[in-house]
Design a protein around this ligand. Sequence first.
Ligand SMILES: [Zn+2]
Ligand SMILES: [Zn+2]
Length: 75
Amino acid sequence: MKFLRTLTILAFAVSVSTGVVLAEEKKSEAPKYSPGSCCDKAAKDGKTCEHPCCVAAAKDSKVCKKCNKPGKKCE
Ligand SMILES: [Zn+2]
Ligand SMILES: [Zn+2]
């Protein structure tokens, strides 16, 4: 039964390393602002957008969809 035990250890090691990779991917995921949006401009200045809708979205670790619509530019 040595083979089965090795297999179990291998499966465990794979699941652990996969979990680490997933965690790292999640960590590196930065908020995606639409180019030229109020949030994008604020981020480039090293600030966070002060629009109430954007602040509310940021609290939930999200990006304001109202101001960051894909392909739409905020004036
Ligand atoms: Zn904004
Ligand atoms: Zn907004």
